[in-house]
Design a protein. Sequence first.
Length: 187
Amino acid sequence: MAAQLAGRKVAFLMTDGFEQVEFTEPWEAVKQAGAEVALVSPIEGTVLGFHHTDKADTFDVDLDIATADASAFDALVLPGGVVNADHLRMDVHAVAFVRAFFEQHKPVAAICHAPWLLIEADVVRGRQLTSYPSLKTDLVNAGADWSDEQVVVDQGLVTSRRPADLPAFIGKMIEEIAEGEHAGQTT
């Protein structure tokens, strides 16, 4: 698996309040698979992770979302966390960045509360996905076909519910990134 993603560049979009394990485990897995990674954020300097509701570690930001360009990346990963997802869905640059990955048919992986950002980007209508259970009504109202499964894959869109689903999420995320662009991955 060390070279499975060689030559690929993967963006991780987050802000303060992300669920730390939903960032660190996928980040390390993608790097070990050979991809180049970048932490993209509307915050300069560092972002603060959480272990559920407890503050955790800080991580260095590589790129400001206001200047980030989806065409420079092969895939996007959206870690969860209530505060993270809620703040990102209110950031016009973050929403446009996410939407651009769908317009360019590139893989996107979102876990836990991150699908809130997908709703705001208007990319869930007619798509099959999962999320943290409390988002079900929001996703269904936005036109998604929601199911309670540990991982759901729909034409390059990979979604999972919670940290316990990370092994399945990471496996499918790497598989979809390795496959590259998906014609069905669209807005």
